[in-house]
Design a protein around this ligand. Structure first.
Ligand SMILES: NC(=O)C1=CN([C@@H]2O[C@H](COP(=O)(O)OP(=O)(O)OC[C@H]3O[C@@H](n4cnc5c(N)ncnc54)[C@H](O)[C@@H]3O)[C@@H](O)[C@H]2O)C=CC1
Ligand SMILES: O=C(O)[C@H]1O[C@H](OP(=O)(O)OP(=O)(O)OC[C@H]2O[C@@H](n3ccc(=O)[nH]c3=O)[C@H](O)[C@@H]2O)[C@H](O)[C@@H](O)[C@@H]1O
Length: 522
């Protein structure tokens, strides 16, 4: 084992410390680089919240988030932030506006990428790494174009040494690519140290994940300069995270660990969704099965909720990237294994629509479906890869009139997502209505389809109080749960509910006259 990393002694570990093996050795004699200015390239779901939390916890460090998307940067300067995350606005305001006595403004947003790169000692790369859409590996490999162009910018604008941190999710050995570009293009004599520091936040809980992460992973070359850079980054996180949660490992292990984490999380969902298909045939209940297996501490209860299928910008692309890497290493069986997670996810979405069509007498022509929720999960307005795109596209093609209501997602975004996916643009134009309430969506509908697990759609539990992200409630309507009695009054008979998230109490809805189909329940 390298002398620069150490296994924490049992006695040094807190009782709730993670089980991970490696951590920064507090006795290490590496010299610490003091970071005064950080530049984060990419003002998206990762760059914005991560920079805001780093700035709020490090009042002495100036953090500037840069992006070439001027509209996004301008929105970050207002209170109408470009992304919705519970608690985000408060953290941004504290650091950006300096409205607490302890903090002067130290969080900035800018399109002046060159200047901010030149001034920073540490640069966070938080640009998008989508699935390639062109050429070799299209539909499978990660597109590193944005990462490479950001690094070329760094190279051109730098007059001093930099620590460059991969926060974006990247294929293994992406750091070598970045190093190669820098070696060929940067001014002679400059040194660039590349670190891998993958982000594990989940949307909807980003701020709590960032404030209290399970672990911070820092991958570096095991050279004196690599370790020195890792220590400098660890010090930034050390402002609010205990050292036993800051883990330093080999650069390439860190890159792979991020892909592995997402693949394993998605694998749990696909496993449960595969079981849900069996439950529907054998008369078992998937919620009971998940509960029963999750009580085994080796399995654990999280990420075992059956659904219409996972969405979001990352699971699919990261699994496909992992499979592509395996295939390029001639590990074809390994590639097939990972890809099967995505196949089951597609199967689950199609299975959901097939069941719906079957229940609605094998024809959706002329029927009206009320869709509750379009975001890929609750507490976000992100719709990337949401299962709702596939389901809505399918039912539009089957001839249904679709009335969508989502508490946060705007009509323009819903139409944009559907238009960029469907082969039947005319269906989107003629058969789709975006509504401003669940009641408007339900009017005259034959069925309600729940596609996002927003609390307000559930007929269980307490009334909803949602933080708007603006420090006040969104509006009166959003504070109440959907009144299913009123929904029933508005619908055509017979009335169906297809619950793609298993959030309703089916028995209570059946008492109101609904016929209810849940995932993984006969
Ligand atoms: N969205 C999420 O919850 C998570 C995402 N990730 C990873 O983080 C990375 C970023 O993801 P998101 O923040 O969701 O992406 P995003 O698409 O929301 O944001 C990326 C931003 O980078 C900007 N950008 C791209 N190239 C640029 C360049 N050369 N110069 C300046 N700006 C540039 C884009 O304009 C965009 O605003 C991805 O690799 C993703 O896999 C990791 C963990 C969680
Ligand atoms: O790399 C990323 O982008 C991130 O991807 C996921 O985060 P995210 O996609 O934001 O949200 P999740 O809570 O993981 O949910 C993903 C999808 O799976 C679905 N899901 C989740 C959990 C579950 O039990 N069942 C289920 O169907 C959700 O509804 C959602 O559509 C991971 O949880 C993060 O750790 C990771 O950083």
């Amino acid at each position: 084992m390298s002398p620069s990393i150490s296994l924490p002694m049992q006695s040094q570990r807190r009782s709730d410390a993670p089980m991970a093996a490696y951590q920064i050795n507090p006795d290490r004699s590496t010299k610490a680089i003091r970071i005064k200015k950080i530049c984060c390239i990419g003002a998206g779901y990762v760059g914005g919240p991560t920079s805001a939390v780093i700035a709020s916890k490090n009042p002495d460090i100036q953090v500037t988030v840069v992006d070439y998307n001027r509209q996004r940067i301008e929105a970050w300067k207002t209170d109408d932030l470009p992304i919705y995350e519970p608690g985000l606005l408060e953290v941004v305001q504290a650091a950006r506006d300096g409205n607490s006595p302890k903090q002067t403004p130290n969080l900035f947003f800018s399109t002046d990428v060159d200047r901010c790169i030149a001034e920073a000692e540490l640069i966070l790369l938080s640009v998008n790494t989508p699935t390639k859409s062109l050429g070799r590996g299209a539909g499978h490999a990660s597109e590193l174009f944005h990462l490479e162009s950001a690094v070329r910018k760094i190279s051109a604008a730098s007059e001093s040494d930099k620590i460059i941190v991969e926060k974006s999710t990247v294929p293994c050995r992406a750091a070598d690519t970045l190093r190669d570009v820098l070696a060929a293009t940067a001014k002679p004599g400059l040194h660039f140290e590349i670190l891998s520091n993958p982000e594990f936040l989940a949307e909807g809980t980003a701020i709590s994940n960032l404030l209290n992460p399970d672990r911070i992973l820092i991958g570096s070359l095991q050279t004196p300069r690599g370790l020195e850079a890792a220590q400098a980054l660890a010090n930034v996180y050390g402002a609010w995270i205990d050292s036993d949660r800051i883990i330093t490992i080999n650069l390439y292990s860190s890159e792979l660990a991020k892909l592995a984490a997402n693949a394993l999380l998605a694998q749990r969902i696909s496993s449960v969704n595969a079981l849900s298909a069996m439950c529907e045939s054998v008369g078992a209940d998937i919620d009971e099965v998940s509960y029963a297996v999750g009580l085994d501490k080796r399995i654990g209860s999280r990420m075992l909720k059956a659904s219409v299928g996972f969405g979001g910008s990352c699971f699919r692309k990261d699994i496909l990237s992992l499979a592509y890497i395996a295939e390029s290493l001639h590990l074809f069986e390994v590639a097939d294994y990972w890809r099967s997670i995505v196949h089951i996810n597609e199967y689950q979405k199609n299975r959901f629509t097939r069941r719906m069509v079957r229940c609605l007498y094998n024809s959706l022509t002329g029927k009206t479906l009320a869709v509750f929720g379009f975001a890929y999960k609750k507490d976000t307005r992100d719709t990337r890869e949401t299962a709702a795109i596939t389901v809505v596209d399918d039912v539009l093609t089957e001839g249904a009139n679709v009335r969508i209501y989502d508490p946060l997602v705007k009509e323009t975004q819903i139409r944009h997502e559907l238009k960029s996916t469907t082969a039947r643009l005319d269906c989107v134009e003629k058969q789709l209505t975006v509504c401003t309430s669940a009641y408007e969506a339900s009017t005259g509908a034959d069925a309600v389809i729940i596609l996002t697990e927003w609390d307000e759609f559930s007929n269980r539990g307490e009334p909803v109080r949602r933080d708007s992200g603006h420090g006040r409630k969104t509006d009166e309507r959003a504070e109440r749960k959907v009144d299913w009695t009123r929904v029933a009054e508005l619908m055509r008979r017979p009335m169906f509910v297809f619950d793609g998230r298993n959030i309703v109490d089916a028995g209570a809805l059946e008492e109101l006259g609904f016929r209810v189909a849940c995932i993984g329940k006969a």
